[in-house]
Design a protein around this ligand. Structure first.
Ligand code: AFP
Length: 328
């Protein structure tokens, strides 16, 4: 593992030269970090200030909006706009594309507070984001980018003070916050090849609703690995990146109440699935959907498109992908 004793900005500057990162990207990252720190502050004081409850609205996904979802959304939009670098943003909390700076050069796809069931308890949630670059030469080619076209993707696990960032062709790095709220000590993340620490992570209460072949795969494999599940993708994926194994949120196709089936999956492609798939690829792993297609290859057709997700160590993901690709 490579370690740097330097601040986050110095780290990026060093990588800028090697990987053609621009000054504009640094400004955008500064905005993301400021937003995350600000959200974390509200989250830490949320129980005392009464901010960990429901807001009383329903979001575009038909889910109850929490007060913290609204706060995190407002904070993120504020910083993205102030950065002057983002043309359009897509957020879990907004039905419409958010138009920010006409001259901005990036698209940002984000979920400012993912893992709502943990909010009332003040337990870990995630701030997930993917970044793509606008086409600066020639005609604009739209903001709906597949994960393979992201230039970076990252997640803050709030309020644990950890930040993980994947940079295109430059690895996935984990930072920790210090007393001055600076993210320091980047450590390059590589999924462990050794299977001893591998974990499986999925919502076990859903297992009988998965496709039969997925249920069979779980039965054959579960006793080989430890099982862990937090219910917030950023936290669960954080563990997989460190320990190896696989996080999965399969399609729900066998629910006793067919209205509750989710054949297209639950997680959102642009700001959940593709974000962790990108970081995973840069750490040596893989990610596929319910058809066994690489998540990073899926061209989104709409902003809030959902996907099933299998992400983690290549050996496990490729094993289940083979089964998912078999026609039955
Ligand atoms: P919410 O933000 O709606 O709770 O969803 C969180 C999430 O998208 C992802 O972070 C979790 O991995 C997954 O859903 C948890 O879903 P279950 O509660 O169905 O297990």
């Amino acid at each position: 593992m490579i370690r740097f004793e330097q601040t986050f900005m110095n780290f990026l500057l060093q990588h800028q030269e090697r990987h053609n990162r621009t000054y504009h990207f640094l400004i955008l990252m500064d905005a993301m970090i400021s937003a995350a720190n600000h959200i974390q502050h509200y989250y830490l004081t949320g129980a005392l200030k009464g901010n960990l409850g429901l807001a009383g609205d329903i979001n575009v996904q038909g889910e109850d909006v929490m007060r913290m979802d609204q706060i995190a959304q407002e904070i993120t939009i504020h910083y993205l706009k102030a950065s002057g670098r983002v043309i359009h943003a897509i957020s879990e909390e907004s039905d419409e594309i958010i138009l920010l700076n006409p001259d901005g050069r990036y698209f940002v796809y984000f979920d400012p507070l993912d893992g709502s069931s943990n909010i009332p308890h003040g337990l870990p949630v995630g701030f997930l984001f993917g970044i793509a670059k606008r086409n600066l030469e020639g005609p604009e080619d739209g903001h709906l980018r597949a994960g393979r076209d992201y230039i970076a993707a990252g997640m803050f696990v709030i309020p644990t003070g950890t930040f993980t960032l994947g940079l295109k062709d430059a690895g996935t790095w984990r930072f920790h916050i210090d007393e001055t709220m600076t993210f320091v000590r980047p450590t390059r993340m590589t999924l462990p090849a050794e299977t001893k620490t591998w974990e499986l992570s999925f919502n076990a209460s859903n297992r009988r609703t998965y496709a039969e072949r997925v249920q069979e795969w779980i039965e054959e494999n579960e006793s080989k690995y430890a099982f862990r599940y937090l219910g917030a993708l950023a936290g669960d994926f954080h563990r997989i990146l460190s320990n190896g194994g696989m996080f999965m949120y399969p399609a729900i196709v066998n629910h006793p109440n067919p209205k509750k089936n989710r054949p297209e999956g639950k997680l959102r492609l642009m700001y959940e699935g593709a974000v962790v798939a990108f970081m995973c690829r840069e750490a040596g792993g893989a990610a596929v959907n319910e058809a066994g297609i690489p998540i990073l290859e899926i061209q989104p057709e709409k902003h809030h498109q959902r996907t099933a997700l299998y992400v983690g160590s290549k050996g496990l993901v490729e094993d289940i992908a083979k089964i998912l690709r078999e026609k039955r």
